[in-house]
Design a protein around this ligand. Structure first.
Ligand SMILES: NC(=O)c1ccc[n+]([C@@H]2O[C@H](COP(=O)([O-])OP(=O)(O)OC[C@H]3O[C@@H](n4cnc5c(N)ncnc54)[C@H](OP(=O)(O)O)[C@@H]3O)[C@@H](O)[C@H]2O)c1
Length: 284
């Protein structure tokens, strides 16, 4: 087995909120190839740690500090808000040695910012998962910093693979992917909700309408991932003079497509703004 696979590596997670807890649960649930040893965690919000203390989750060791997580782990997942990253990295920097690696999930924080705070030569991997991680359906984009090697990326891929699909990308593409999937999962939630409300408008009870709407989205997603083009699904469904073409016409007339393109574009612009602000801090 590759020396740097997850098995046998000591994993740390700093920040056990929405994303940190989802990754932790995914790692605990991952069968066989998952993390075999303890996972060291810390969060300033004590209630986020309670459900992982003792009992069934005894593979999790709750640490007193970020310093303790950094000292005890080979790979440290940073899952705090972007504004908290600088402080946490400065705190753990003295303990990131001996080939340890930092995996940051923070939106808009470039690897160069974390490398600058950690010090020359330290291994950094940047990832952009999404909240689908809660159900093992994240899509995660990943890139390496200057000093992380291929074997570090393999390890990070195994870690994030516990909560969904992982794609290696160039760092310059991470902001677009933040808009497309990090934020985009909320756009799909809004579309599914709007479809459900369409059902309600035409007389269905909300719960039934929402379940049917969500499963319809799932079917479309699975067909596309299996190789069908979106246009093929449209052509297979839209018979001449039928219901689907009438609905598609209404969507176009309502500007749905333009609105969705705009949503991804605006979210990407905001991600770039945040990245730019982080870059300015480095240059100061
Ligand atoms: N949520 C998403 O959909 C999503 C998707 C992709 C990427 N991300 C990225 O994931 C990161 C975490 O997002 P999230 O939504 O999981 O945030 P979150 O739910 O707020 O979790 C972050 C946790 O870290 C804690 N924390 C703050 N400062 C800390 C410190 N110095 N040491 C230890 N813990 C500290 C926070 O406590 P307090 O609340 O008390 O500050 C909070 O419990 C962000 O950088 C975000 O950009 C999030």
């Amino acid at each position: 087995m590759n020396e740097r696979t997850v098995k046998g590596k000591r994993i740390g997670i700093i920040g056990v909120g929405n994303i940190g807890a989802s990754i932790l649960r995914g790692l605990l649930a991952a069968d066989g190839g998952g993390v075999s040893g303890k996972i060291f965690i810390h969060d300033v919000k004590k209630e986020n740690l309670e459900s992982f203390e003792g009992g069934r989750e005894s593979r999790v060791a709750v640490c007193e500090s970020n310093e303790e997580v950094a000292k005890k782990s080979d790979a440290i997942i940073l899952a705090v808000k972007p504004t908290d990253v600088h402080g946490v990295v400065e705190e753990i920097a003295p303990f990131i040695n001996g080939g340890k690696m930092v995996v940051s999930v923070a939106a808009g924080v470039p690897t160069s910012a974390i490398e600058r705070d950690l010090g020359e030569g330290k291994k950094v991997i940047r990832v952009m998962p999404n909240i689908g991680a809660r159900v093992g359906e994240s899509v995660t984009a990943m890139c390496r910093g200057t000093y992380a090697g291929e074997e570090d990326e393999v390890l990070a891929k195994e870690l994030l693979g516990a909560v969904g699909a992982v794609y290696s990308v160039k760092e310059r593409d991470i902001d677009v992917i933040t808009g497309l999937s990090g934020s985009g999962i909320a756009f799909f939630a809004a579309v599914i909700e709007a479809m459900a409300e369409g059902g309600v408008y035409e007389g269905l009870p909300y719960d039934l309408s929402l379940a049917i709407s969500a499963r319809t989205a799932l079917g479309a997603a699975k067909m596309i991932l299996a190789g069908d083009e979106p246009s093929t699904i449209k052509h297979m469904t839209a018979s001449p003079g039928g219901t689907t073409i009438r609905g598609l016409y209404a969507m176009d007339a309502g500007g749905v497509k333009a609105g969705i393109i705009e949503a991804v574009s605006e979210a990407t612009k905001r991600a770039r703004e945040i990245s730019g602000e982080a870059q300015q801090k480095i240059n100061r």
